[in-house]
Design a protein around this ligand. Structure first.
Ligand SMILES: Nc1ncnc2c1ncn2[C@@H]1O[C@H](COP(=O)(O)OP(=O)(O)OP(=O)(O)O)[C@@H](O)[C@H]1O
Ligand SMILES: [Mg+2]
Length: 261
């Protein structure tokens, strides 16, 4: 690859070190992790860092009520409300697109519920992104939308449509998905083969902190660290220890054993 790919910092120092500067600009990155691993927190660090560096961000929730989400994030001092007021950040609840009943008629066309939900999601994203001139977008989590397609080919097409729409916006995007690998084959997560890069949060719980290992599984065009480096979640957000010893490769289909204290 040439050396001309522009990279944008996530704002998480250790992760930016692992990425040799940051995420590839204008691309979509898949962020995979278990519930509670820190996907939403990492996403907000990415957006808030952008927001204070002249790169407005759009957060698209497919799962959680925005009001509840804000309550969960209130301890992090990211000034989310202030950033919203100044239009550096927008949070939208797109979860209703999952609940549209039956068929929808648009002009002469009758389209199925699923196609409509994807179609309207893309429209919602485009509208809001234009309103704030978004440079960064997070879709959190994708799985709830994509899992309504039972057929692998349909899932693939839906994912492609979404990624294509995002690519047209020219924004740098993080799309999160739950690691259901404990019960589901990793291969079922077709999205990862279609995105430009994949970051995985391998997480487990100790008594006090959620912590684990972060790994850049793939990032096209970037010479990145491919080891699993420790991270932890504190009141400042996710902290990545890029200089620490890598964690031994974990079995991705099994629970990660608890690290000794
Ligand atoms: N101030 C804090 N200090 C330490 N850990 C915290 C703090 N606030 C939240 N956490 C941890 O962060 C985790 C939640 O992170 P986050 O919501 O980003 O996870 P997630 O991957 O988005 O989960 P889900 O799949 O359920 O949406 C919890 O496990 C919680 O223990
Ligand atoms: Mg979350």
């Amino acid at each position: 690859m040439g050396d001309c790919m522009r990279q944008i910092p996530t704002g998480i120092d250790g992760l930016d070190k692992m990425l040799n500067g940051g995420l590839p600009a204008g691309r979509s990155i898949l962020l995979i992790g278990n519930p509670g691993s820190g996907k939403t927190i990492l996403s907000f660090q990415f957006l808030c860092y952008g927001a204070i560096h002249d790169e407005p961000g759009l957060y698209v929730s497919l799962d959680e009520d925005i009001k509840l989400l804000k309550e969960e994030l209130v301890g992090f001092n990211w000034n989310i409300n202030k950033l919203e007021e100044t239009r550096k950040l927008a949070l939208i609840d797109a979860s209703p697109v999952r609940h549209i009943p039956g068929e929808v008629k648009i002009g002469d066309y009758r389209i199925g519920k699923r196609d409509f939900s994807l179609f309207s999601l893309i429209e919602i994203i485009r509208n809001h992104a234009e309103k704030i001139n978004a440079k960064r977008i997070v879709i959190d989590p994708l799985a709830s939308l994509i899992l309504q397609y039972e057929d692998a080919a349909e899932r693939r097409n839906a994912t492609l449509d979404l990624l294509e729409a995002l690519a047209k916006l020219g924004t740098t995007n993080i799309i999160t998905t739950e690691l259901k690998a404990l019960t589901l084959q990793r291969e079922v997560l077709v999205e990862e083969f279609l995105s430009h890069g994949v970051i995985v949060l391998h997480s487990w719980r100790s008594q006090f902190l959620a912590h684990g290992g972060i790994q850049i599984e793939k990032m096209r065009g970037i010479a990145h660290d491919n080891q699993i480096r420790p991270y932890k979640i504190t009141s400042r957000g996710i902290e990545v220890f890029a200089e620490e010893e890598p964690l031994v490769d974990v079995d991705k289909t099994a629970f990660v054993p608890q690290r000794s204290p």
